[in-house]
Structures are given as C-alpha cells and as structure tokens.
Design a protein around this ligand. Structure first.
Ligand code: PLP
Length: 468
C-alpha cells in the first residue's frame, strides 16, 4: 500500500465513520451556554433513526443480543434508578454490593460451582476483555509469588480472542499460540508440547469467536492440572448459552468448573446474559487466586484504597441492570431464548450448506463461519453490506461469520439472510473481477513483511475515530 492508496482509503473511511458531519453542529469546545435538554435528546433520537437502527431488524452479527423494546425499557429503568451509584463507595450503595455479589454467585452456579467441592468466586467487570485481562494479570502475579516465575508464558490456541494478546502485551507475558485442527479445535498435543517451566496458564474457548467452535476443554484443562498451571475457559460468548443448550439436550462438551482443571472462567452478562452493555463476570476456583486480582494500598495519603478490578469508580447502575436482567430472565427465559437461537442458527447453517460455492467451517452451534474456495468472500461481504447486513469478516482463512442472537429469531430474518447470501454469491460469480473492499488489507495482513503497514493503517483508523 503506497502513501496515496493509504490516504484514499482513510478518506473513504472518514466519510463512512462520520455521517453526521455535514448536517449537524460539531462541538469541539464546551458550548458557552448549555443547550436545551429536550433539543439534545431530540438530536440523539435523530441519530438513532437515521443511521443506527440496523441491528433492530436483525441485520447485525452479534452486537445486540436481546434488543426487544420491553426488555430495553426495563433495563433502562433499572439503570435510571441506580445511575448515581458507584460501588467504590460501598457504604453509600449497599444495594449495588448485593447486586454484584448475586450476579457473581448466580453465574458461578450456572457454570458448575454447585457441583464442585471448591468455592467458586469472582467479580463483576466491564466486559469480556476486562475479565480476560484481569485473569491473565492474576496468573502472572500468582506464578511470580508462588513459583518465582519472572518470565511468564501463556499458551492459547490461535483462535482464542485478541484480548489474550492484549493481556500478554500489557502484562509482559510471552504469548505462545498453538494451532487448531481441521475442525478449528485447539490442538491438544501442540498445547502439551508448548508447556515449559515458565508456563503460567493455558487457555481454551467455549466457543471461540471466529468460528464458534468449542475447544477440547476437558483435555486442555487436564494438561494444565498435570502441569500444575492455571487453566482459563473463555466462555465470554458461550457462558450464558451453553448451560441452557446442554439442558435442552444439545451435545455440549464439558467446559466449566465441573472439570477439576478449570481454575478460572470469563462469561459475559452483556452478551447472552441479556444485560445492557458494560458488564461481564470473571470467576476463580478459590479465594486465593482472586486475591491476586485485587488491588490494595495502605500508604496513600488519600486513605486505605482497595479495588477489585482495574477501574476505580465504577457504574453501579450497570451492575444493577445486569442483576435485573438475570433475575427477570430466569432459567425458563434463558432456556426459551437459547432454544430459539439454536433453532434459527440451524436454519441459517443449513441454508449456507445448500449454497455449493460456500463451506461452513467446522461444526458450530450458533456462530456460523463460512468460506469459499472459488469466490472472494470479502466481495460477498460488500454485497451483503449493501443489503444492510453487518457480518464479521475473518482471516486465515478468509471467511465471514454471523453470530445469531435473539434479533435473528424473528419471523423471516433467517430466510432473508439465506436469500441475500444466495444473491450475493450469484453476483460475485457473475462479476469475477470485483474484489472485496477489504481484500487487499487482509491480503497484506497475511504478509509478514507488510504487517507493520497494516498496523499503522489501523492506528490511523483509530485516530480518525477521535477526529471531530
Ligand atoms: C470468545 C470471546 N472472548 C472475549 C470477547 C471479548 O469481549 P468484549 O468485547 O466484551 O470485551 C469476545 C467478544 O466477542 C468473545 O467472543
């Protein structure tokens, strides 16, 4: 990519990212006199109506996991009652303490705590990434303290979430990525071979984000147990769906605390827990591990200071809304939602399998990735975009996925997806010269020599986000 192509792509992205620039006032300074509150709310309504309602009709992969009007209104009321709450001030909002303790306990019991002899504990966090970062920091500090490991290493399949790379970078942990097999499951033998005296934790996903495949958690966690290292199941995506799928009779391999080698888990309440965005749960086998997550200082002139997670002040309203979502759904609500999602996903999966030019990757339950041996899938993605769809573009191999949520379970959505995908394939077949807009970027990302160029491009993209 030369400088002019770089600039051209940035310009295109600038237009896509800032659709309101031409039509609405831009504030790069605090207005001298505050605006009318009603006007502000109307402006937000206008944004929502103009560009931001696509997810509502089931056009987005993942993103909004429930999204029914009544549920949103209920979440908003729960938040509104608690919008001033900050769990940093435990004395002022004991109700938030109750909500958080119960969110953790309910999540732990859903994930097998009540079937082990061990105490499963945890904390509420701001999302899957924070849960993962905290768990990895915990293992780093635990291994330094207990085993004297000063050059820590983590072992994770190539498909484990990028948040693990982020943790490796933030906390100076060496990341050892191990391959997945032809079905996109972690290669257990490769994970075993990667263990060294510096290994602090092995990671597996239930399921992984790219292809929705559940790693062989039982085998991986046994490896970790034998080696005396931690094992983290990343159930950010599946933690609130797989337990119910299992109860519904789906074939769900063991992945939670019922496996003795699993020492920590992440499970996102703000995905299939159906809570408003901004919460997740990280869990540990035993209080000792959780203590390595906490931060406490006794020297500060500001007094004794203690926080369970990375943040200081935290939004208690989100924890309240999360608690409200969980107790309002109940087991029955979660079972019913899971049933609808899995049935819709199976219609979508069958529909994709019937398109000869496409191949479903592995044998997923509800996050369905597909590739093409003959067509540019990124061109298919562009066509789908034109039709309103927002799918996830993947690489290695080039593929797309749709993560099925309750938004897709409404009448006709799955059928519309399959019909649009068929026309996308027909279009790309009839126009073999059309390349997907992201094809060169993914091509370059696969090229070792060009990786840093793509990295610079992505940083430039984030700079764009913060342009007013
Ligand atoms: C398997 C998995 N882990 C972690 C994450 C990160 O979660 P978040 O985006 O809430 O930080 C995701 C997000 O999709 C995920 O699918």
């Amino acid at each position: 990519m030369d400088a002019s192509e770089f600039a051209r792509m940035m310009e295109e992205l600038r237009h896509a990212l800032k659709p309101y620039r031409d039509d609405f006032v831009t504030h790069d300074r605090i207005p001298e006199v505050g605006l009318d509150r009603e006007e502000i709310i109307n402006l937000m309504e206008a944004f929502k109506a103009r560009e931001e309602a696509r997810w509502k009709d089931g056009f987005a992969s993942g993103a909004v996991y429930h999204g029914d009007d009544e549920h949103i209104a209920f979440q908003n009321r729960a938040y509104a009652i608690n919008s001033q709450s900050n769990p940093l001030h435990l004395d002022l909002w004991p109700s938030t303490t109750k909500f958080e303790a119960e969110v953790v306990a309910m999540t732990a019991n859903m994930l097998g705590a009540d079937k082990t002899g061990d105490e499963i504990v945890g904390t509420v966090t701001s999302g899957g990434t924070e849960s993962i970062l905290l768990a990895m920091k915990t293992y780093r500090d635990w291994a330094r303290d207990k085993k004297g490991i000063t050059e820590p290493e983590m072992i994770a399949p190539t498909t484990a979430h990028a948040a693990f790379d982020k943790a490796a970078q933030y906390f100076n942990i060496r990341m050892i990525r191990v391959p997945v097999d032809a079905d996109f499951k972690a290669d257990v033998a490769a994970a075993g071979d990667a263990i060294t005296k510096n290994t602090i934790v092995i990671v597996g996903s239930a399921p992984q984000f790219p292809h929705g495949i559940i790693d062989p958690i039982e085998e991986l966690s046994e490896l970790a147990r034998e080696a005396g290292v931690g094992f983290h199941t990343d159930a950010c995506l599946g933690g609130f769906l797989l337990p119910w799928a299992e109860k519904l009779g789906y074939d769900v391999p063991p992945f939670d605390f019922r496996l003795p080698g699993v020492t920590s888990m992440s499970a996102d309440t703000h995905k299939y827990g159906y809570a408003a965005k901004g919460t997740s749960v990280v869990l540990y086998r035993g209080r000792e591990l959780r203590h390595y997550q906490y931060y406490v200082t006794t020297d500060w002139p500001g007094g004794l200071y203690l926080t369970p997670t990375f943040a200081g002040s935290r939004p208690g309203g989100l924890s309240a809304a999360c608690w409200a979502a969980m107790v309002a759904m109940g087991e029955q609500g979660y079972m019913e939602a899971t049933k609808r999602i899995l049935e819709t996903a199976s219609v979508i999966k069958r529909g994709i399998e019937e398109i000869p030019e496409l191949q479903v990757l592995g044998d997923p339950l509800w996050v369905i990735a597909f590739a093409s041996e003959t067509l540019d899938v990124y061109a298919i993605n562009d066509y789908m975009n034109e039709k309103g769809w927002a799918l996830n573009a993947l690489q290695k191999p080039p593929s797309l996925h749709i993560c099925v949520t309750l938004r897709h379970t409404r009448s006709g959505v799955a059928e519309r997806f399959v019909a649009d995908l068929k026309s996308a394939v027909d279009y790309v077949k009839a126009h073999p010269d059309v390349r997907g807009s992201m094809t060169p970027v993914y091509g370059m990302a696969a090229n070792v020599a060009l990786k840093s160029v793509v990295g610079d491009f992505l940083k430039g993209f984030l700079d764009l986000v913060y342009e007013v």
